[in-house]
Write a protein that binds this ligand. Sequence first.
Ligand SMILES: O=C(O)CCC(=O)C(=O)O
Ligand SMILES: [Fe+2]
Length: 218
Amino acid sequence: MTAQTHFGSGNPADAMIEHILAQPGVQRVPSTKLTLFVRRSFLDPATSTALCARVDATRRPSTLSDFNGDPTFRTSETGDLDPFDPLVIDLNARIAAFTGLDPAHGEPIQGQRYATGQEFKAHTDYFEPDGIDYQRYCGIAGNRTWTVMIYLNQPEAGGATRFKAIDKIIQPETGKLLAWNNRLPDGRLNPATLHHGMKVRAGTKYVITKWFRELPWR
Ligand SMILES: O=C(O)CCC(=O)C(=O)O
Ligand SMILES: [Fe+2]
């Protein structure tokens, strides 16, 4: 597979959207408010399971930027994947090939683990430009453009991702990829990207998240 990385940060997105739509097995969620793609079985079960173990190896309590006073807002754990791990190198290459985004604009891949009862309440992945920590998080590489998220397993119950503004709930499924544009077609941040990693009701949920920035990540 040759990585096609012509689309930089993915903003503007028109050419990149064409590229994603040309990938096998892609579905676009019908919405005029939000550009969201689903690709089932993007990863095979063995790779997904191996990545869960990588998340477990480095997990610690997840953090929040712009703490909003609710200590139950994000109760999961987060693990940083080692960018030099061959499995992670391959995953980054596959995400670049699928999206066409320039890997230089990508943050290191993170894993998120939710035990039963844990969640990440409704939020956007971009940083609020008037937030107190905006300079700290976005001063160098700019704000986030695209989110790629992959479910690494299927918990026994719960753990869906709910996009409130478009009334869409996506069920976790091993290897299923989501990709969405955090921007509107004119480049402004899109509040309709608001999403909620809903409570796991039984079992454990693992995902990886890969965010892209306006400028190369450093
Ligand atoms: O776990 C989910 O379903 C959502 C995760 C998420 O939104 C995030 O990590 O930013
Ligand atoms: Fe998110």
